[in-house]
Design a protein around this ligand. Sequence first.
Ligand code: ZN
Length: 133
Amino acid sequence: MQKIEHIGIAVANIDEAEARYEKLLNTKSYKREEVASENVITSFFKIGESKIELVASTNEDGTIAKYIEKKGEGMHHIAYAVEDINAEVVRMISEGFQPISKEPKKGADNKMVFFFHPKSANGVLVELCQEIK
Ligand code: ZN
């Protein structure tokens, strides 16, 4: 693990949330990106070395919509930057963490991503991400 790449926040309405976080962080979102394979739209903010990702479902039965239905809006995941996502996935599975993804796939912000179940990480969804070069 290299560092925390970003913190993901589940939001119901991307426009409203983006406007609110532009005020909160006093900076504009640097990227808005839809990830069609996940049925989500994301908005990214950079503050110093840190990033915040707002994520909303683009359909009513998307995973983020279901999450918000159950738990409300809020912190959704912590994403860790890794150098070699395949090696890190193998390592974490061997340590007993429960994968959600089948294999790394292309996520938002030019990254390959892979998710581990919150049950195996004290209630926090874990995202691994590796920059696509
Ligand atoms: Zn993320």
